[in-house]
Design a protein around this ligand. Structure first.
Ligand code: SAH
Length: 243
């Protein structure tokens, strides 16, 4: 029986990979990877390493998590070093916990290898600090994707404060998100940014207000995340990556 390394691959830029993750990618017999993983990382693997893709092509073709769990488990029965590679960090909307629980129940050993999460690194590449002295003392990372359209699981009323809010998986719900934020009392001209393909060579950021961002940013390619808060304005002084 092998061991599974539930590993964060970082947000995109190949160099935003931890030394530990790189070592395991080089040692891996099998790498089970997601759509958000920068494929150049796989070139670091040893000869004969096997690759299994469990990403989804679009939101209509998701491989059910149960099936992914089973693939990881079966692979670990046959191979010694199994790297389960995920975009960003395994615990930030990465379902790493679920995979760990599944393996523990079946007596498969595992380790978690944290990754640099897009929630912090992508705004950073866009010159938007998630906290900034004198501007905000906290930030939240929220899913923009809700399992049911009718019943919101997002506690919108909690977001009346001036925390920075980072929405992951939210581009397709951008209009809904901005409407909700205005409904709970945020001003129409409150700053918001959408960052597409962050930390990659074709990263693109669009800055706007709750009122106009949807029209400005709806066509941006994915992956993309949304940052809401006064910190967005700091991009004027801190932008450094995009040409
Ligand atoms: N575990 C990941 C997040 C998984 S959820 C992490 O820690 O980063 C997937 C969402 O992350 C995407 O829908 C998008 O909102 C965001 N995301 C991931 N990589 C991104 C990137 N390079 N640029 C912009 N958003 C990204």
């Amino acid at each position: 029986m092998g061991k599974v390394y539930l590993t964060g691959a970082g947000p995109g830029d190949l160099e935003l990979l931890t030394v530990k993750a790189l070592r395991l990618i080089r040692e891996a017999d099998v790498i089970i990877y997601d759509r958000l993983v920068n494929l150049d990382i796989l070139k670091e693997s040893k000869d004969g390493c096997e690759f299994i893709y469990v990403g989804k092509e679009d939101s209509n073709h998701t491989i059910p998590q149960d099936e992914i769990n089973e693939v990881i488990y079966k692979t670990a029965l046959k191979h010694k070093v199994v790297v389960r590679l995920k975009g960003g960090d395994p615990f930030v909307f990465g379902r790493g916990g679920e995979e760990g629980i599944y393996l523990r129940k079946r007596n498969i050993k595992f380790e978690f290898i944290p990754g640099i999460t897009s929630a912090i690194a992508v705004p950073e590449y866009a010159g938007i600090p998630v906290t900034h002295r004198g501007v905000t003392v906290s930030f939240r990372v929220v899913t923009g994707h809700e399992s049911s359209k009718e019943q919101s699981q997002i506690p919108w009323d909690n977001y009346k404060t001036d925390d920075t809010i980072v929405f992951l998986m939210g581009l397709h719900r951008l209009k809904h998100i901005t409407q909700k934020l205005m409904e709970i009392g945020k001003p129409k001209d409150y700053p918001i940014a959408v960052i597409s393909r962050g930390t990659r060579h074709d990263e693109k950021t669009i800055v706007g207000t709750l009122e106009d961002i949807y029209e400005k940013a709806k066509e941006l390619p994915t992956p993309a995340l949304i940052v809401v808060g006064e910190v967005v304005k700091l991009r004027d002084e801190l932008s450094w990556f995009e040409k």
